[in-house]
Unconditional design. Sequence first.
Lengths: 131, 119
Amino acid sequence: MSDMDEMEDGSGIVKKFMFLNRKAPHGTVYALEGLEVVLITAAFDQDVSMVFTDDGVYQLLKGIDTKGIEVKDFSKTYRALDGYDIEKLYVDQASMDARGLVEDDLIVDVTVLSVDEMANLMAEQDVVISF
Amino acid sequence: MQFGILVNEGPYSHQASDSAYLFARTALEKGYKVPRIFFYHDGVYNASRLATPPQDDRNVGARWSKLAADYGVDLVVCVAAAQRRGITDGVLGDNFRISGLGQLVEMGIQYDRLVTFGD
């Protein structure tokens, strides 16, 4: 059952996986459980991209403090992503603009894309999983 | 054509699992292959055999079990999501099994399409 066993059975195929993060980090479980899938996909040596759009851009916000809502703070996981060879992080320009955010407000280095650029990137993917 | 299906919402409170079921059943009826369906987030509640919906409504869990029996679909429930929500081997409906997220990633790697049903 372990994921390690499955990796050894792997076919050697590398596909382009995009994870589309659309939800705020807290309020629902999607961001937290979505991250778990991203990390496992990287462990399978796949070509992983993460996109943050809509309220998903808040997942990368600096200074998140969850003490008041008494839930786990997984914010630092985003900073550890490069340790899993996950370096392709993209945010949607319009989502940033609509929320008054700039790159400096985010805890990791990202590439900011226009809607057209995002559409092109999406079209290149083999698998898009949306959380 | 092989479809993988990801179900991210629980039964009754959200249409996602109904849509996923109808998509899967239709694909299978038309001769496409759906080797595996993966249940994640609240989607793991689809696997509970403890649910007893009113008799004049659909039984979502039993419907999945029958689809698996009819077509040999592998119904996989994410272990981490299941443990958070109290879904254990003891409450699984027929033909469901609990396994790791690797089973989801494998669907993306091996199948032609991965279709997500969620919010």
